[in-house]
Write a protein of this length. Structure first.
Length: 271
């Protein structure tokens, strides 16, 4: 028996006003344009995700439009470990590299600087998703980034967005292969210079027996800053914890050590 749904994401027609604004934004800024916003798939603190009818030229039937709230800036994203582990852009659009701590502080002081930084975070999320999709990762196919919106393949059916792993009960026989699949994705990402850095059962969608990793908003580059080893370890630990309830018992520390040393060399604490 396949996974049983324990609770489904809210899916109503409320906020259709913002739905119209989303359609307007997309039609104005994205060449394939003409799409219809069908319903809200998720309304959260930081982002709203809409299910949209895709233009035939995209080759997919539905798109997910993830729209960040204006002026959003997650407090977590202000953590130095995230800030200094990726390229960000200042208000002139110039890249600020990982170690430019003074530059970043100056940029954050002004409204425009802050806005540029938020845009830079969203751009990084989109570019990460593009990179991983191009290398065959199980992530929604990304289509475009327009300001504070990211357009990507929609996972689920109309009115029935794919639940998160956290919201389903897996069949016993599914657990091991799904665990291996997530681990393969974590390793694939590391081998291409990315760590998800917020991986948990809340950021994995389950649909028709397959898993899709989402929400790369906090992704970091291990070549920028080796302090991110702890984020990599946490991603694997949370994955192991989740699957342990299904009897998938893997030693998280051993997996972390094996995968990191194979791709990155010595573990930072031991180096
Ligand atoms: N491509 C997609 N297809 C279907 N549903 C999606 C897709 N992307 C996101 N969602 C839905 O939107 C939710 C929020 O997406 P995501 O995790 O990327 O944003 P978030 O930054 O965590 O948002 P918030 O903090 O506001 O909850 C997901 O849990 C999922 O229910
Ligand atoms: Mg999320």
């Amino acid at each position: 028996m396949k996974a049983a749904l324990m609770s489904s994401a809210g899916c109503t027609n409320r906020r259709m006003k913002s739905g119209r604004a989303v359609r307007h934004l997309i039609q104005r800024c994205w060449r394939p344009g003409a799409i219809d916003v069908l319903h809200e798939a998720h309304g959260g603190k930081e982002a709203t995700v809409y299910c949209c009818q895709a233009h035939p030229s995209t080759g997919v039937e539905y798109l997910a439009a993830k729209i960040y709230r204006p002026r959003m800036f997650r407090s977590l994203r202000n953590d130095a470990i995230y800030r200094f582990s990726r390229v960000q852009r200042d208000e002139q659009g110039q890249a600020e590299h990982g170690n430019s701590r003074r530059g970043s502080a100056a940029t954050r002081k002004t409204e425009r600087g802050r806005a540029a930084q938020v845009a830079s975070w969203i751009e990084y999320e989109y570019q990460t998703q593009r990179l991983l999709y191009a290398h065959g990762a199980n992530v929604p196919r990304p289509f475009a980034q327009i300001g504070n919106a990211v357009l990507m393949e929609y996972i689920g059916a109309v009115g029935d967005p794919a639940p998160r792993l956290n919201d389903v009960m897996l069949a016993q026989e599914e657990a091991q292969p799904l665990f291996e699949c997530i681990l393969r994705n974590v390793e694939l990402a590391l081998s291409h210079g990315r760590i998800h850095a917020d991986l948990s059962a809340y950021n994995v969608l389950y649909w028709q027996g397959t898993v899709t990793l989402i929400d790369f908003a906090q992704a970091v580059d291990p070549y920028h800053n080796s302090d991110v080893f702890s984020l990599f370890a946490r991603d694997i630990e949370r994955t192991c914890q989740y699957f342990a309830r299904y009897g998938v018992n893997r030693d998280a520390h051993e997996l972390v050590r094996k995968i990191w040393t194979y791709h990155m060399g010595p573990i930072p604490e031991l180096a």
